[in-house]
Design a binder for this molecule. Structure first.
Ligand code: S3P
Length: 435
């Protein structure tokens, strides 16, 4: 198990670009695999999650090569072939759930497996709507979990009201809807990230959006005929968020992140940090497809905030790092309506509560969130802190360590590779110290 020692620093900041967006990279791999011809993708994330999804679509008949930093994916034109082995989806919930939608209507039998964390995550949430569409899905794990067996079947369009705000479930149903007869409509309880919708528009798959209802017209078992395309994946806002939070909570710190995704369905952390007192500016030079631009942060002595409701899906992956820096803000920061955090790569509510307490922070744990009391003096814990194999917990703990009163040992940090392989070198680039 890899461990890292992270040291407190007295200044932090600078300028950088972060690797490609994990959500968008995986969706691009799937749509490029469906397309006819070779798609040219700049900025594709080479972290493990995106590579698991890329390898999975290659096992289904697509192929890829990297030419310097550019990825070329040659698609199947819709003629997927049966994979020789079960698809190993690694740690990727997005890859698993979206690919299940893409495959549900294919004449193929496919098995998907994953690592320990992914094998504990709920898959009933996609089985239910896919079965309503006529799919045959078997979850052979102990409680509605992986391994998943999909035996492709003819699908019919449905109207599906999502029981939870989940872009993964929404996208799964829309992808399956492309191979169905008739119209498929998904109704969201709250707006979630819309990368799938934006990519459908880019490859000219007709889509109808009316408020919280998103509809596609099915193309039947053959699916849509789409052409290969060229695009640039923006830097991942969720990766930039660790540095944005670390700079925002340090009075006088300055940070610039360039080429980063600025889709408003992803950037609610910026609104919260502004309410907490940080100065943040964004610059959006051009907008086609998913917006991408520059973020400038000026740190401050922060005050607490209340976070809940519609904001939650738009900062769901940033809540661990937000709860971390909440410990530095004056007053009690309350995060609610975020029960989904309990079924991410780990139970992020329980893990952040126990790790913050290890630093001496007063935290209340609720079923759907946390209350974090600040400002606290962060005392370096004497025993190592375990990430639980969750990349965003590992990176949030590294941010906490930068503000601590001594070096902090973090254990089980190899998971950072899933979304942000350059994390440790970027930490040093911005003035952090680690061993
Ligand atoms: C993702 C959606 C979110 C997010 C996850 C990636 C996606 O999950 O937490 O990291 O790529 O659609 P849910 O849709 O399950 O909330």
């Amino acid at each position: 198990m890899h461990s890292k020692m992270v040291y407190p620093v007295s200044s932090f900041g600078g300028e950088l670009s972060v690797p490609g967006d994990k959500s968008i990279s995986q969706r691009v791999a799937m749509l490029a695999a469906l397309a006819k011809g070779t798609s040219v993708v700049k900025g594709f994330l080479t972290g493990e999650d995106a590579m698991s999804t890329l390898h999975a679509v290659c096992a289904l008949g697509a192929s890829y090569r990297f030419a310097n930093d550019t990825l070329e994916i040659t698609g199947t034109g819709g003629a997927f072939k049966a994979p020789a082995n079960p698809l190993d989806m690694g740690n990727s919930g997005t890859g698993t759930r979206l690919l299940a939608g893409l495959l549900a209507g294919q004449k193929l039998a496919v098995t998907m497996t994953g690592d320990q964390s992914l094998s504990g995550r709920p898959m009933g949430r996609i089985k239910d709507p896919l079965e309503q569409m006529g799919a045959s899905i078997e979850l052979t794990g102990e409680k509605g979990t992986l391994p998943m067996m999909i035996s492709g079947s003819p699908l019919r369009g449905i109207r599906y009201e999502l029981p939870m705000a989940s872009a993964q479930v929404k996208s799964c149903v829309l992808l399956a809807g492309l191979f169905a007869e008739g119209k498929t409509t998904v109704v969201e309880p709250r707006p979630t990230r819309d990368h799938t919708e934006k990519l459908f528009q880019m490859v000219e798959i007709p889509l109808h959006v009316e408020g919280l209802e998103i509809s596609v017209q099915g193309f039947g078992p053959k699916g849509p005929a789409i052409h290969a395309c060229s695009l640039t994946v923006p830097g991942d806002f969720s990766s930039a968020a660790f540095w944005i939070a670390a700079a925002a909570a340090r009075p006088g710190a300055k940070l610039t992140v360039r080429g980063v995704g600025l889709n408003p369905r992803r950037t609610a952390l910026l609104d919260v940090l502004r309410r907490m007192g940080a100065q943040i500016e964004t610059e959006l030079p051009e907008e086609h497809g998913d917006p991408m631009g520059t973020i400038r942060v000026r740190g401050a002595a922060l005050r607490s905030a209340e976070v809940g409701g519609d904001e939650i899906p738009n900062l769901i992956d940033e809540l661990p790092v937000l709860s971390a820096i909440a410990a530095l803000a004056e007053g009690t920061t309350v995060i609610r309506d975020a029960a989904e955090l309990r079924v991410k790569e780990s139970d992020r509510i329980a893990l952040m509560a126990s790790h913050l307490r290890a630093f001496g922070v007063e935290v209340e744990e609720h079923s759907d969130g946390l209350a974090v009391k600040g400002p606290a003096t962060l005392h370096a814990p004497e025993t190592p802190l375990d990430s639980g194999g969750d990349h965003r917990i590992a990176m949030s703990l590294a941010v906490l360590a930068l503000f601590s009163d001594g070096p902090v040992e973090l254990e089980n940090v190899e998971c950072v590779q899933t979304s942000y392989p350059e994390f440790w070198s970027h930490l040093e680039q911005l003035g952090g110290k680690r061993k």
